[in-house]
Design a protein around this ligand. Structure first.
Ligand SMILES: [Zn+2]
Length: 198
């Protein structure tokens, strides 16, 4: 989430770098306070400049989900405890547009995990929604762990067992290993690639 002016973009770039280092995915950009609508007119006024969100979207290679205007209706609904979506404000329309794009940015159903089956302390199987079934070794995953702790470790344990497997929404899986690592999040698209390669 950014506002259009250059100072805000600087902060968002810093935050984005941090997210990337921590392997937290950035799905898209939302620009807030983008413009001011003049009631009863089509005219838009851009008090904080124009196109900041668009520039970030190009820089990061992720979609611009939408531009939320400055809207007195949003403030009024908040103060009165009413839903913005009962009004036909431009602000409500922009939120709906953002949600639509956000939903479409998630992976397709074929790339989602249907079931996780742990076979032995060392191996497990993922059954994917599109019918693919791939087998994995925990030690292989541990070797590829993207977390900061493991990235800095040259030697990684070989015979690693799993302590727990947790789903991270539809994005991927998080494992806790007997090596002590419990921070690595493995996105579905990588698990698919690795599964196919084995
Ligand atoms: Zn790790």
């Amino acid at each position: 989430m950014t506002t259009p002016q250059e100072v805000a973009l600087l902060d968002v770039r810093k935050a984005a770098q941090l997210f990337r280092q921590l392997h937290i995915p950035i799905l898209g950009i939302v620009e807030n306070m983008s413009y001011l609508s003049i009631p009863g007119s089509e005219e838009k006024v851009y008090p904080f400049g124009k196109g900041g969100g668009q520039r970030l979207s190009k820089e990061f290679g992720v979609p611009l989900f939408g531009e939320v205007p400055l809207d007195a209706e949003l403030c009024r609904c908040g103060d009165e405890g009413k839903s913005l979506f009962e009004s036909d404000s431009v602000c409500a329309a922009s939120f709906l547009e953002i949600v639509k794009k956000l939903i479409h940015s998630f992976p397709t159903p074929g790339g989602e995990i249907k079931e996780i089956i742990q076979n032995t302390p060392y191996t497990f199987t993922i059954e994917w929604r599109d019918g693919n079934i791939f087998h994995y070794r925990f030690s292989d995953l541990q070797r590829r762990c993207p977390c900061a702790r493991c990235e800095s470790k040259k030697e990684r344990e070989q015979a690693v067992e799993v302590v727990s497997i947790t789903r991270v929404g539809t994005y991927g899986l998080k494992f806790a290993f007997t090596s002590g690592c419990s921070k690595g999040i493995y996105p579905c698209h990588l698990l698919r690639q690795w599964g196919e390669a084995l």
